[in-house]
Design a protein around this ligand. Sequence first.
Ligand code: NAD
Length: 493
Amino acid sequence: MTLAELEPVNVDEQYRLLIGGDWVAAESGTYEIVNPNTTQVIGHAPEASITQVNDAAAAAKAALPGWRDTPMAERCAMIGRAADLLEQKLGGLVGLVQGETGATINVSESIQITSCADRFRHYETPVNVDEPIEPYPVAENPLGPGGLSCAHVIRQPVGVVACITSYNFPLVNMSGKIAPALAMGNTLVIKPAPQDPLAVIKMGEIIEEAGFPPGVINIITGSGAVAGAALVESRDVDMISFTGSSAVGAKIMQAGGSTMKRLLMELGGKGACVLTDDCNVDGAVGAIASVWGFHSGQICTAPTRVIVHRSRYDELVDKLTAVAGMLKLGDPLDRETIVGPVITELHRDRVEHFIASGVADGATLLCGGRRPDLPGYFVEPTLLADCTSDMRVVQREIFGPVVVVLAHDDDDHAVELANDSDYGLFSYVFAGTTARAFEIGKRIESGNVGLNSMAPHIHAPFGGFKMSGVGRDRGVYGLHAYSEVQALSWMSS
Ligand code: NAD
């Protein structure tokens, strides 16, 4: 697609909520969505009332029996149709998702858009999720004649799932929840992030064309925490599938406890990136530079916390500093641009505050850290060296284009530093051999560890240790996440 072919964004478009199969105006009006590059209003999002949030949950509950009893093959066929439609039509949303997220045009076209259809495609084929259990001979006893004790373990949908997502990849994050949850027979209320919900609403229109019955998918949006909090409180909602910060995740766990919500929590990260003395530094530099170039570091799996062997320290920071200087920052619509803005003024200020705290705590600012003279919410690619584990910039998730570097003395020390974190989502090891990386990777407290590579396996379980989350999704693990296990047992004589 050329830039000239981008669908223009209609600022006056009326976006609506989807409740029980009807597209309806929000009862509490609308709020402005701001383009992080231009700081101009790009559209107005619906502000759902609490009544509408509850109506959406009730509609999902009403649609549950019909959808749950629809054979999995039919449900998956509909998901396949949705994948076809997304492949055909989602390209029309590049301009909108680019405008509301501020992602560069290259990131917008690729990750923001094309991986959505893939997330549906992964669940277009029915999978047997039932689990066999060995029969167990029972001798005659005072309670019965004995026989062969048999059981069949099946997976049932959890029920109504509220999908609440973060702002960084609005379409992809939501697609990754919708497809497995629907395949398992759940019905949904989806609530995208306040900052950039417009493309998700438009994606809902596309998905609906696949023929999902009314009420199976409902869409709610709102400017603050109110709509999400109401879903967490709702007795009609059985499960919260959440992607967002660990702080909000903890609030949801507390609030959801009183109604015993099932939870899938995909939370924050502070990815350790261990470099051994024999590693290929150039390979690691490419991965680490993605913190700057890939959506300005607004990605939970980024290798932001670099732990390099002292013997390779200077080589690494020299190469990283050189790369940072080559990354073009500015207009995300320029195809040469690598570093676009972060999502809001508030978030830009937060990232800047972290950088200042790193310097105050004794880190060396090797590059970046200044505010570019541009209207949007930009942060320069920033490299903080001479860091120690007690610094806030090392312990806290910054979610911006900021890399911190620590030195280690040997593999044990590297593992100790990597594990000195509340987070454990995605970490990386770069070592001279994959075998050595594998041995170190096993010792890192992290749900995923990339070995000499950043590429995750698309069917591997994804999720976090510690404050990075609860549960796993992707592949068959996604089906498991959205199911309850039921055992049916009988005695065979
Ligand atoms: P956030 O936690 O501020 O918001 C996430 C969602 O929670 C939004 O939809 C928001 O409206 C909603 N929310 C806020 N308060 C709520 C409440 N009390 N009850 C219910 N819902 C509430 O996160 P963000 O700033 O949008 O996203 C950045 C965070 O997301 C980072 O921490 C990042 O690491 C994380 N993230 C994690 C993954 C993952 O897969 N682990 C993926 C992407 C982003």
